[in-house]
Design a protein around this ligand. Structure first.
Ligand SMILES: Cc1ncc(COP(=O)(O)O)c(C=O)c1O
Length: 419
């Protein structure tokens, strides 16, 4: 028999194996200073394109004031206990009602974290006779929720409605045998590449197939739709979404999340969501802070306008300069370049050290081998000057990537990794 830890000593996992070369710089970097368009990385100012503070609320003076006052009034403990036991308050209810109204659903329920909440909601919505059909590129929280499911599940090709339909046919046949129902899950906006889920076409399929539709709109909430209610509103199909999810970790610049649906469904989830039944209630400071942020989303359309001014300038500028930004239909701005992982590391180092640009880097196995994805999240606090220096920096790094500079610079890393 082996020691359980043997495998850990042997294999650090797909990301962990890079730790010696990457930790503290490419992964677990420390961004310092107030959350904004410019922060400090290793003592130097950088333009930050990797924080999800879409509407610039994280460091907004009114938000900071309310957060501080709520902290002073309630501390970080209140209320103690799970919602069902001793952690329920009027303000939790008020926030739920306001969130439901904002996303045009009958009712809403708070979640402590989006990730856990998604896992738990999927778990609560299905039983073993049901079938889940979900996009193959779904966020980890969807994949992990599906993992808990005891029944059948099918993936469909990313954002491919034909593939979804084929899988719905299979699922329908199977559900007829098991006596269960079908849950389809998509993201409102796919966070890596920025495409919107094809919600309109998926809702249209309800005319032909019997299923319920669950949408994770982490990146759409606050950024898309006339009122900011998200990808469903943007595509005119909010009514066709049976269960709507968004996190506070992006546009709301906080922690927490919620689901919204018909009242009877939320009433059921309230009594069956294990992540809320067996965990402490969302703390009051976050509830009060979320009420303030929601009010600002509702009453300050200029926040979203500022965001989109930056998104348009950045995405148009990149396209005009011949960069491949894929098929984004949202604020998420990917730039695809060709190169190896060591080249990507040298390139990102150059961007940070010599041009003061900080963005996330995504490589194989998250995207195909040989591709480098630089992912930018514009915010309402960025300026056109930030966009301009970023575009110039991207021009310069592309030239160096193409003329082999990064290949030479990364030779030592490549050699070390091949050992
Ligand atoms: C698509 C998507 N769903 C869910 C989550 C998880 O949300 P949270 O950070 O609130 O756990 C994220 C990341 O924040 C996300 O990008």
């Amino acid at each position: 028999m082996r020691d359980l830890f043997d495998k850990i000593y042997r294999d650090k996992g797909p990301l962990g194996k890079w730790a010696a070369h990457a930790e503290g710089y490419f992964v677990f970097p420390k961004l310092e200073g107030e959350i904004s368009n410019r922060m400090k990385f290793q003592g130097k100012e950088v333009v930050t394109w990797s924080i999800n503070d879409y509407l610039g609320l994280a460091n907004h003076p009114e938000v900071r004031k309310v957060d501080a006052e709520a902290g002073a009034a309630y501390g970080s403990a209140y209320p103690m206990g799970a919602r069902m036991m001793s952690g329920h308050t009027d303000l939790h209810e008020t926030l739920q009602n306001e969130l439901a109204a904002f996303v045009k659903k009958e009712a809403a329920y708070l979640l402590n974290f989006g990730y856990q909440g998604m896992v738990s909601t999927i778990d609560a919505l299905v039983s073993k006779d049901d079938i889940i059909v979900y996009d193959v590129d779904a966020h980890a929280c969807i994949i992990d929720g599906v993992r808990l499911h005891m029944g059948k599940r099918f993936t469909y090709k990313h954002n491919d409605v034909e593939s979804l339909e084929k899988n719905l046919e299979r699922a329908t046949k199977m559900a007829e045998q098991t006596g269960g129902g079908i849950l389809v899950i998509s993201e409102g906006v796919f966070g890596m590449r920025g495409e919107q889920g094809r919600l309109k076409e998926i809702v249209e399929l309800k005319k032909k197939y019997n299923f319920r539709f669950f949408v994770d709109d982490a990146h759409g909430f606050g950024t898309l739709g006339a009122t900011g209610a998200g990808a469903g509103e943007e595509q005119g199909v909010q009514d066709g979404i049976d269960v709507y999810f968004a996190t506070f970790a992006k546009s709301m610049a906080s922690t927490g999340a919620f689901i919204a649906a018909d009242k009877e469904i939320i009433d059921y989830l309230k009594y069956n969501l294990r992540s809320q039944m067996f965990a402490k209630s969302l703390q009051m400071q976050l509830v009060v802070g979320a009420l303030k942020r929601l009010d600002m989303l509702r009453t300050m359309p200029e926040l979203k306008q500022n965001l989109w001014k930056i998104v348009d300038a950045l995405q148009t500028g990149l396209k005009d300069r011949g960069f491949d930004i894929g098929t984004t239909q949202s604020c998420v701005t990917p730039v695809y370049l060709k190169g190896s992982i060591p080249e990507a590391m040298a390139l990102v180092k150059d961007l940070r050290e010599n041009y003061g640009i900080f963005c996330s880097i995504v490589v194989y196995p998250v995207i195909p081998k040989g591709l480098i994805l630089l992912r930018m999240i514009p915010t309402a606090t960025h300026t056109l000057e930030d966009v301009s220096v970023t575009l110039d920096a991207f021009d310069a790094i592309r030239t160096r990537l193409e003329n082999g500079t990064y290949k030479r610079l990364s030779a030592a890393v490549t050699a070390a990794m091949e050992k």
